[in-house]
Design a binder for this molecule. Structure first.
Ligand SMILES: Cc1cc2nc3c(=O)[nH]c(=O)nc-3n(C[C@H](O)[C@H](O)[C@H](O)COP(=O)(O)OP(=O)(O)OC[C@H]3O[C@@H](n4cnc5c(N)ncnc54)[C@H](O)[C@@H]3O)c2cc1C
Length: 478
């Protein structure tokens, strides 16, 4: 709380002075040029203001900083790599927040091969944790397009997903323990890398996926897995989208459950990737839907390629597939993944788009996609839906590109109406309006509209109990 007798105008200079004394020249920055990248989100939708950028170098400094913020009534906006896609790491425009980055807290504290765990500071870049695991002949499975920039603190706070969720789970499933600075400046040490601990509420899960609204994650202990020894990648053309769940079950069974990625690619997206980049689809069959399937095994003597090939051969005989190809080299594998990445990168070159990150139960995906495409076409036959993503988890990036002739601004003005169309169908199919990108600022309104009143009330009670002064990332999530 702000000190008694002090006005708002006094609070910011006083906070700046105390923060600079606490964190030093390297640890507290206020010049506009340095702050600028931290005040804007990755997609360039949100712009905020802040009274400083704090870079604590230890948990003790982070805890002292939080106490200073409480004292001066300054809000905290935790920020990792600032790659989030919901505007959750961008401060509001009051200027009464400090952005807190843990990029100086990027040490690997320990790696325990006997326990198959790694304990890291929250400012570690995700790719650095993967590399540390690989150097110890282990595998850290969290993997996503932003892995060279995002930090594990951000990954945990968004409960990030990515391309290996099918086998290894979300960030939440990979966390064994957390260290968190709470909104009163005390430190919750829940870092022990235990695989079993039933001593009451599992507190770490409150902070995972909380988008920085309940505290500052300063360290995490994480699960490691055996290094992968064999990998097989295939691209298949589906005769019909309704075959996808059946094919997933078939592939999982035939490969001893070693499927790591099961990604949906629409023909439209493959054509976009080929139009804008030098990427060629190796399949001649022109069907509406394709799947990029990858299996990976830690067992050196298990021929995962043969197992996947057999499963796909049987699927072809059963009429579930129209065509398929297995990658026979690293270059061919990379080319298949370039198709998947290329359609993402091609989107901005096609003008404006309205994006959704939704999930429905896996078995519901075909019915949902059919209904959603029909509804959108009925609303406007010029809309160009680009539907792709982690179908194996029931998670689709349901993006809608502007009609060819539309003015981008006029198209963006239709965002709320189009969101409603898509999200109402998601709700009707028992799904979620945010599968992996979180709520942040972007989905706050839709969360209010579609989450149950009981769930919303409980979320507010949790927030009020842990952060009664609403100092942590105000204006986000709820
Ligand atoms: C090219 C690209 C591909 C992507 N692919 C995927 C994908 O496949 N799957 C997926 O899930 N996401 C994906 N994302 C989204 C994004 O990378 C993830 O949400 C990532 O986890 C964010 O991490 P960050 O460090 O950048 O966090 P930020 O964007 O900096 O912050 C995200 C949230 O976490 C909070 N936060 C950050 N650090 C802390 C901390 N130490 N303590 C408390 N709160 C904190 C922030 O306040 C904010 O609410 C992608 C983004 C891009 C740009």
């Amino acid at each position: 709380m702000q000190a008694p007798g002090r006005s708002d105008d006094d609070a910011i200079p006083a906070f700046r002075r105390d923060a600079a004394a606490l964190l030093g020249e390297q640890g507290f920055l206020t010049d506009a040029e340095t702050l600028a990248p931290s005040l804007r989100d990755w997609r360039g939708i949100y712009q905020g203001r802040a009274c400083g950028l704090a870079l604590p170098a230890s948990t003790e400094d982070a805890a002292a900083l939080v106490k200073l913020c409480v004292h001066h009534g300054i809000a905290l906006v935790p920020q990792g790599g600032n790659t989030g896609l919901s505007g959750a790491a961008t401060p509001d425009d009051s200027g009464r927040s400090v952005v807190v980055s843990l990029r100086r807290m990027n040490r690997i504290r320990s790696l325990d091969l006997g326990n198959d765990s790694i304990t890291v500071e929250a400012g570690c870049i995700l790719a650095d944790i993967q590399a540390a695991a690989a150097a110890a002949e282990r595998f850290f499975p969290l993997s996503l397009g932003a892995e060279g920039s995002c930090q594990i603190g951000g990954n945990l706070s968004t409960n990030a997903g990515g391309i290996n969720v099918l086998k290894y789970g979300n960030a939440r499933d990979l966390a064994l323990g957390l260290e968190v600075v709470l909104p009163d400046g005390s430190v919750l040490d829940d870092l022990a890398p235990l695989r079993k601990d039933n001593t009451g509420y599992d507190l770490k899960h409150l902070f995972i996926g909380a988008e920085g609204t309940l505290g500052l994650i300063t360290a995490a202990s994480l699960k490691l897995y055996p290094a992968l020894k064999g990998r097989a990648t295939a691209l298949v053309a589906l005769g019909d989208l309704s075959q996808a769940p059946k094919l997933l079950a078939r592939c999982r069974g035939a490969t001893a459950d070693q499927i790591v990625s099961f990604e949906l690619l629409p023909r439209f997206g493959i054509d976009l990737a080929a139009t804008h980049f030098e990427i060629r689809c190796p399949l001649d069959q022109a069907t509406a839907w394709y799947l990029l399937i990858e299996a990976a095994t830690p067992a050196a003597d298990f021929d995962v390629s043969l197992a996947l090939e057999r499963a796909l051969g049987e699927a072809m005989e059963a009429g579930e597939l129209a065509d398929g190809v297995m990658a026979e080299s690293d270059a061919q594998r990379a080319n298949l993944w370039r198709l998947r990445e290329g359609m993402v990168e091609a989107q901005p070159r096609e003008g404006a788009s309205i994006k959704h990150d939704i999930s429905v139960p896996v078995a519901e995906v075909p019915a949902f996609v059919t209904a959603a495409l029909a509804t959108l076409t009925a609303a406007d036959s010029g809309l160009r839906p680009l539907v792709f993503g982690h179908i194996g988890d029931g998670n689709l990036h349901f993006n809608i590109l502007q009609p060819h002739s539309a003015d981008p601004r006029a198209f963006q003005a239709r965002t709320d109406a189009i969101n409603r169309l898509v999200h109402d169908l998601v709700a009707a199919h028992g799904g979620s309006i945010s599968a992996e990108h979180g709520i942040g600022q972007l989905r706050k309104g839709e969360l209010q509209r579609l989450k149950s009143p009981a769930a919303l009330a409980l979320m507010r009670q949790v927030k009020a109990a842990i952060d009664p002064g609403n100092l942590f990332n105000p204006g986000k999530v709820i």
